[in-house]
Design a binder for this molecule. Sequence first.
Ligand SMILES: [Zn+2]
Length: 773
Amino acid sequence: MRMHCDNKRLWALYLFFLFLAVFSNNRDSMLNRRTFLKTGVASLPLAAAIKALPEDVVLAGESIADVAGDGATPKLVALPPRLAPIDPNTLPWQQNIRRVGQSNMTEHDPAVMNIEQWADYWHAAGADIVFISVTGILAFYPSKVKFQRPGKFLNGRDFFGECVAAAKKRGMRVVARMSPDLNWGDALDAHPEWAMRDADGSVQFSNEEPRLFRTCMFTSYMDDYVPAIMREVNSLYDVDCFYTNGWPPIGSLPDCHCAICSRLPPPNTAAYWRIFNDRVLELWHKYDAIAKEKKHDSFYFANLGGNVRCGPNLDLLGKTAVWFQADNQGRTYDDPAVWGCSLQGRVCSAVMDGKFAANVTAAYSTGIVRWRNASKSAREAKMWLNETLASGMALYYHFIGSEAGLGEDRRWQEVGSDYFRWSARHDAHLKPRRSIANIGVVIGQSTQLLYQGPAAAHSQHYMRETTHGIYEALLAGRCAFDFVHEDQLDLARLTKYRALLLPNIAMLSDQQCEQIRSYVSAGGSMMASFETSLYDENLKQRSQFGLADLFGISKAGDVIGTNGNAYYGRIERAHPILAGFANTNWIPGAQNRVPVKPVQDPVLTVVPGFVQYPPELAYPPVSHTDEPAVVLREMGSSRLAYFPGDIERTYWLTGQTDLLRLLHNTIRWICRDESIVQVEGQGFVELFAWETTPGYAVHLLNYTNPNAHHGWLDSAYPLGPQTVSMRLPAGVKVKSIQLLRAESSIPFQLKAERLRFTVPQVEDYEIAAIDVE
Ligand SMILES: [Zn+2]
C-alpha cells in the first residue's frame, strides 16, 4: 500500500483508511455511518481523528484499487438510443433558467438595504432571475389593496419598483413574491370568514406573531384578496412571473374547522385530500390566468416541497406547474440526513418530465434552532447546492434580510457567487435530458400523507422512516434509481425499469394493482414489503393483499409488532438473497410483520419474537415455524420478492447491517445483476447518471463524512479512485470526458460500446461529463 503523505500525517491517514474500510460498499464489510456512530466506544476517538484529517490527504490510486477491485464483471445493460436534440430557443424561457437568487426582504429592508449592492451581487454571481417581495401582510410598494398595509419603514417609497428596475437594468428577470398565508387583525375584523379555525371555533393565529391570523385556502381571501394584489402588481410593474410563499402547505394537510371546512370531509382523509387537491388546482389555474393577463409567457407558481410527503398531489402538480419550487432549504430534525435535497430532486424529476424545478438552498442557518440572518457553514451550503445540481434541479440561493446594506453577516455571499460562477461554466453538462437509472422506487404519496403505520407502531413519522431506510440502502448499494409516482404506473413509463421497489406502499387502488400486474407480465421485477397493497386508495383495509396473486402470498392475521426481542428469519435453504450469510442459522427479521400463510420451499421462516429482558427469558419458545419471512417468485424474466416485515424502516431505525445486505442481495437478485451504470470504489456516495445534450453526466456526491446523518458538514473527506462503467448505445463514440469540479480531462477506454474510466478523486462532489458524437 503506497500513500501520498508525509510522516506527520501517517497516523491520521491510517485512521482515515480504517474509516473508509468501515464505510466501504464492499459486500463483506458493509457498515454505514449511523451504525458506525452507534457502535459507541470505538467511534469517538476515530471520529475525532477523522475530523482532524487534513482535507488534502487522498489515498493513492494503487491502494484503493487493491481494496476495491473485486474482479466481478458488471452485467451492463446498453443505454437506450440517444434523444433527438432540442433547440433551447424553442423552450419556454423558464426552462433555460439555471441560477435563481433571493434576498428575502424584511419589513426593515426599505430602511437598510442597499439596492445597488443587492442587484450588483446577484448580477455578478450570474443569477438569471431574482425574487422580489410584494407580500401579502405588508406592501413593499404603495398599494391600494385593502388590508395590504405599507411596511413601517416604507415611508411612501416604491421599494419593490426600485428593486425591479435595478434587476431589469442588469438583465435579470423578476419573480414577484407574494405570501398569502397570514394577515392582520383589521382584515380579521372585516372578514372573520377568512380565518382558519380550531374545532372549538377559535381563530388559528401564528405561533410566533399572535397578531397575525392564519388564512383559510377555501375562503374568498384566496379568491379575491390574492388576485387583487396580483392585478395591481401587473398593472404597475414589468414582472416575469408570480409566486406565493406559505401556500399550499408543505408536508401535511390543513386542519381547519371554519364554516366552509366544517362541511368538507374530515381532515387527513383520502376524501379530504381529493377536495384539497381540487382547490389547489382551481386557485393555481386562476392565478396563472391572472399572471398571463399582461404577458402570455408569464405564469404563476406556488411554494412546494416536502419531498415524497408533498401536500398537493405530485402527479397533478407535475401536469400543472411549469416551475416546481422545492422549499427544502436545509436539514431538519425530522429529516436529519445529508441527502435531503437530492431526495427532493428525485421527486421533482419523477413528476416534472423535464420542466423547470429549483431547490431553495438556505444560505442562512437552518435547523430546529434557526438564525435567519446568520450564514450556515460553507461546506453544508455547498453540499446542498451540489445535491441540487446532481439531482437535476436548478440552483437557487437564499438569504433573509439585508441589515447594514446587504447583511450583517456576509459570509454566505462568496460561497454562493463562487458556486454560481463555477456552475455557469458547465451549464451544458449540468442540465439533464433524462435519467438513465434502471430501478424505480414507487412514491406512495397517499400512504405518506394518510397512513400512519400499523397500530403497533402508529406514528406520523412511520413512512418518513421507511423512505429514509430504502433511500440509504440504495445509496449504500450505489444503485442508480428514480422515483416513480403512484399515479404514474402506466406501462410506457415503467418499461425503462428492470425492477420496481415498493417500500410498504400500503395504499394502492385496484387500478394501480392492475398496472403493476401489467408491468410484471411485461417482464418487470419487484420487491415489496410489509403492508404493500393491503389498503385501497381510501385507506380502507382489504381482507387480502391487492397484489396477493402476484406475489403468491396470503395474509394470515393482523400485524404483529415487537415486544422486546424482534423476530428472526431462519435460513431454510441456500439462495442468492442470502449470499454472505455464513455461520448463522438465522438473521434479523424486522420490527413489525404481517403474518402470511406458508409457501412451498421457503427460503426464510419466521422465528417469532420474544422477551429481550430479562436475559434469562431471551430465547425463542418457538424456534421453528412454517411462516415465511420472505416470499420469492420467478415468472419468465420477472423476479418477485416480498418481505412480510417493515424491513426498510427497521433498517433506518437500527442500521442493522444484515438487513442492508439482505436488501442489496434481493435487489441484485430481482435485477438479475443487471445494471445501467457501475461505480466501483470506496466510500459512501450518492450517484446520479443522466443523459445530457452533449452526452452523459455521472454525478458522485461524497457523503463519507462524520456529519452525513446529523448536523452540518464542516469538512470534506476526499475519496480516492472511482471507476465508472457504462454500455453506450451502438455507434455512439466518446470525444472526451471532463471532470467538472476538477476542471480537467481524464482518459477512458471504449471497447465494444463498453465505456470505462476512473475518476481519480472526489472531494465533496465530482461530475464526469462525457461528450459524445
Ligand atoms: Zn377553512
